[in-house]
Design a protein around this ligand. Structure first.
Ligand code: TYD
Ligand code: MG
Length: 453
């Protein structure tokens, strides 16, 4: 028997209520609750064979993964695409999501995996134009210009695609709902129905999700809970570097990243990330230095830059790109208190080169030295890298993955490392190590006693 159930869902935050309300009690929006009729199908008891399994009887996911041929992309997913997985690719408009997925589609098709590209946003001629840019020899990927979910599912059911790309989740809609595409209700409904299809047929589905400047995927962060993998494509639209990050991955490591360059002929994988990031490095400029950071399991070297200048305003500016502004404030406070830097009448600009975002404490000491270097206009030695977490008392704390960080530094030709005192105080390969226990020791080693007033 089919009963109609009515509920009200906030279009902004997804809050559900059994009665209509003028103001959403969760997010405070007015007039955002929309009536949704749901078919409440009474459940018929299904007879299922219930049995147990031995580990040996369970097929491993690993053996079934589809290798797309885009090496960095496969690595990021943990070794290829898991059949039946639902993968969200999120990013700001114009960053290159459609380009990346078109390249993926071509590469998969070339390897003999049938792919469907559903274009709910762009015309076929736009896609053709993009395809011609990225490849001379266009493989036989199928395209479907459609934005109604039921029609898309119809095509999927009558074909055997291994991988389906939906571009984008915000522009498709289900006939079952009266609300407009892009709203939280539609996005959630479409995602969960595609999820069911993916799981029941073992088809891998990629969803493109546009995010706003505030970082929401069309309001719903909720989408992230529904899918198996969340990838973010980031970067500056006006520069060529793109960072693809796995924020969530049920089948592999999270917080790994792949780097790309946006060329005239599509996205090109950057294999040597550190080398690329240090290519246009500033060597004899105060405020600039290099730190080894960990991106998931991968060590990479990035350049930090500071610029301290006299402020003309009552409220000096604190601008930070690539690190949390609160972290910058904290480090400035430590420098003022412990090293007597007078920053209250200075503007502070801080930047992580290459559009990389860092949120690990191992860069604290690097940030502090970068600011110190700019403040006194003294150059940091170009053959040295810095590792260490900075405590409120100016003490240096140990961090993880020291060996990986040292190996990467050595590989890129650095000679000396300032690092926290720990068991690893003997020299490492061709590097000279300077273990320190507080920031004063570090300053003495780099610039000498005279800077400690
Ligand atoms: P696109 O993939 O359409 O972005 P999204 O799907 O995330 O909105 O890429 C948009 C930008 O990339 C566009 O400004 C043009 C640029 N681009 C290149 O520079 N080279 C290329 O080969 C292609 C296909 C696009
Ligand atoms: Mg697009």
């Amino acid at each position: 028997m089919v009963k109609l159930k009515v509920k009200y869902i906030c279009q902004i935050c997804g809050y559900e209520s059994i009665g209509w309300l003028g103001k959403c009690p969760n997010c405070g929006s007015f007039g955002s609750l929309t009536e949704i009729k749901e078919e409440d199908v009474e459940k018929v008891e299904e007879r299922k064979d219930i049995k147990t399994f031995l580990i040996d009887e369970i097929e491993s996911e690993e053996s079934k993964r589809l290798k797309s041929g885009l090496k960095e992309f496969d690595d990021l997913l943990g070794g290829g695409i898991v059949p039946g997985s639902l993968i969200l690719l999120a990013g700001e408009p114009g960053i290159g999501k459609s380009t990346l997925l078109l390249q993926l589609a071509f590469s998969l098709e070339e390897k003999g995996f049938p792919v469907l590209y559903v274009s709910a946003e762009e015309s076929l001629s736009q896609i053709r134009f993009r395809a011609e840019r990225i490849s001379d020899k266009i493989p036989s990927v199928k395209f479907l210009p459609e934005n109604q979910l039921e029609n898309i599912l119809e095509v999927l059911k009558s074909n055997n695609f291994l991988v389906v790309i939906i571009d984008s989740i915000q522009t498709i809609y289900s006939n079952n709902l009266s609300t407009s595409p892009g709203g939280i209700v539609q996005v959630r409904e479409c995602t969960s129905r595609l999820m069911n299809f993916a799981k029941s047929t073992n088809t891998a589905i990629f969803l493109v999700g546009h995010i706003t400047k505030e970082g929401d995927i069309a309001g719903p962060k909720t989408l992230e809970h529904l899918v198996d993998v969340v990838l973010y494509l980031e970067g500056d639209r006006y520069q060529e570097l793109r960072v693809l990050r796995a924020i969530k991955n049920r089948f592999g490591p999270t917080n790994d990243l792949a780097l790309y360059e946006m060329r005239d002929s599509g996205l090109k994988e950057i294999l040597d990330v550190s080398k690329k990031l240090l290519e246009e490095r500033n060597k004899n400029i105060s405020g600039a230095l290099v730190v080894p950071i960990m991106e998931g399991t991968k060590p990479i070297l990035v350049e930090l830059q500071s610029l301290i200048s006299r402020s003309n305003t009552t409220f000096p500016r604190r601008i930070s790109i690539g690190i949390d502004i609160n972290k910058l404030a904290l480090i400035l406070a430590i420098l003022e208190k412990k090293l007597n830097l007078k920053l209250q009448d200075k503007d502070v600009f801080f930047n992580v080169v290459g559009g990389i975002k860092i949120n690990e404490p191992a860069v604290d000491l690097g940030i502090a030295f970068s600011i110190f270097s700019s403040y006194y206009d003294i150059v940091f030695p170009e053959d040295t890298v810095v590792i260490g977490e900075l405590g409120l008392g100016g003490e240096i704390r140990s961090v993880g993955n020291i060996e990986k960080r040292l190996k990467e530094s050595q590989k890129l030709g650095f000679k000396r490392v300032i690092l926290p005192k720990s068991k690893l105080s003997k020299n490492f390969e061709n590097l000279i190590l300077y273990p320190i226990s507080d920031i004063y020791e570090g300053i003495k080693i780099i610039w000498g006693n005279k800077w400690l007033s």
